[in-house]
Design a protein around this ligand. Structure first.
Ligand code: NAG
Ligand code: NAG
Ligand code: NAG
Length: 292
């Protein structure tokens, strides 16, 4: 406890007041030795929701904590933020790892799920309101987690990511690695993408996470086609068909793609937007149902 307090104090020396981003050392099964950081706001809501926020390649918990305004929303709304952090593969998540692509088998995915269970037990969080979001490698991992652990996540939001299992068969999951097959826009029929998700947890018949997919149309590192492919995948898994495009949502350069009635699946594609963490926090939190 004392150790944790000291580490937390060091990590936030610049801010001084209020809650801090704290490292948790022992949180359960963690086969790939990834790291857990947590932000528990001072005015924690009763039975709080949890958002898992996943950093990009080369990132860290601290970098992604500073990368969006989610911490200030946590302060005002009382939800918990978990920032997993990976020291491996140039700080990229292991989205190519068959262990992460399989329910309960291992990989970074199992470590992240252990963090969620730890936060539920330790802070009385609401098991029915656990969300995941991430950018780039974190967006890819968002789709991996939503596919392999549909029983854990109520909804997900992937920014500049790729479909679940897009990197399956690749030796590394760095978008700038020598194998560009996935990140340059690997296409498969919707049902084939859907089968990857279903096969990651054979026999699972429960509800699936609602998904929001955001991608810049000028992204050359992870091509926008990857966003379209992710929509095809979730469209098949969730059983909702494309309904309509809505231009100018949430702002001029963006087009919203609505599937079904829009409550299960939607996409956002930004004209002239490159490989950027285009997180609109208010829109994200409305998607998760955490603000009105
Ligand atoms: C990840 O990095 C940690 C710390 O260096 C190490 O202990 C662990 O074995 C690595 N995991 C993998 C799968 O490479
Ligand atoms: C490159 O990655 C794709 C999946 O993204 C995989 O199917 C393919 O086998 C990989 N190629 C090589 C040479 O490893
Ligand atoms: C919706 O927008 C996408 C590109 O963002 C386009 O490929 C598709 O044709 C559009 N569909 C309709 C019905 O306008």
């Amino acid at each position: 406890m004392l150790f944790k307090t000291i580490v937390g104090a060091v990590a936030t020396a610049a801010t001084c007041l209020g809650a801090s981003l704290d490292r948790v050392f022992f949180f359960g099964q963690n086969p790939t030795n990834i790291r857990m950081y947590i932000y528990v706001p001072d005015n924690l809501a009763p039975n709080p929701a949890i958002i898992v926020a996943l950093h990009p390649c080369g990132g860290s918990a601290r970098q992604w904590f500073d990368g969006t305004n989610l911490p200030s929303y946590a302060d005002s709304n009382g939800f918990i933020l978990i920032y997993p952090s990976t020291p491996n593969q140039s700080n990229c998540w292991d989205v190519q790892n068959p262990d992460s692509l399989t329910h309960g088998r291992g990989g970074d995915a199992l470590g992240v799920v252990s963090m969620v269970n730890y936060a539920i037990d330790r802070h009385g969080a609401d098991r029915a309101r656990v969300y995941v979001m991430g950018f780039s490698s974190g967006g890819m991992m968002t789709n991996v987690l939503a596919g392999s652990y549909p029983d854990v996540f109520e909804a997900g939001a992937a920014y500049s990511g790729v479909p679940h299992a897009c990197f399956f068969g690749a030796r590394s999951a760095m978008p700038f690695s020598i194998n560009q097959t996935c990140a340059q826009g690997l296409q498969k029929p919707a049902q084939e993408w859907g089968n990857f998700v279903r096969n990651s947890y054979p026999g699972y018949a429960g509800r699936r996470p609602r998904m929001q997919i955001t991608h810049g149309l000028a992204d050359s590192l992870v091509r926008p086609q990857c966003g379209y492919e992710a929509l095809k995948q979730w469209s098949d898994v969730l059983g909702v068909a494309f309904t309509r495009n809505v231009t100018g949502v949430p702002s001029t350069e963006w087009t919203q793609q609505v599937y079904g009635d829009g409550t299960q699946l939607q996409g956002f594609f930004g004209e002239g937007v490159g490989h950027l963490p285009s997180v609109n926090e208010a829109q994200l939190l409305r998607w998760f149902g955490l603000i009105n």
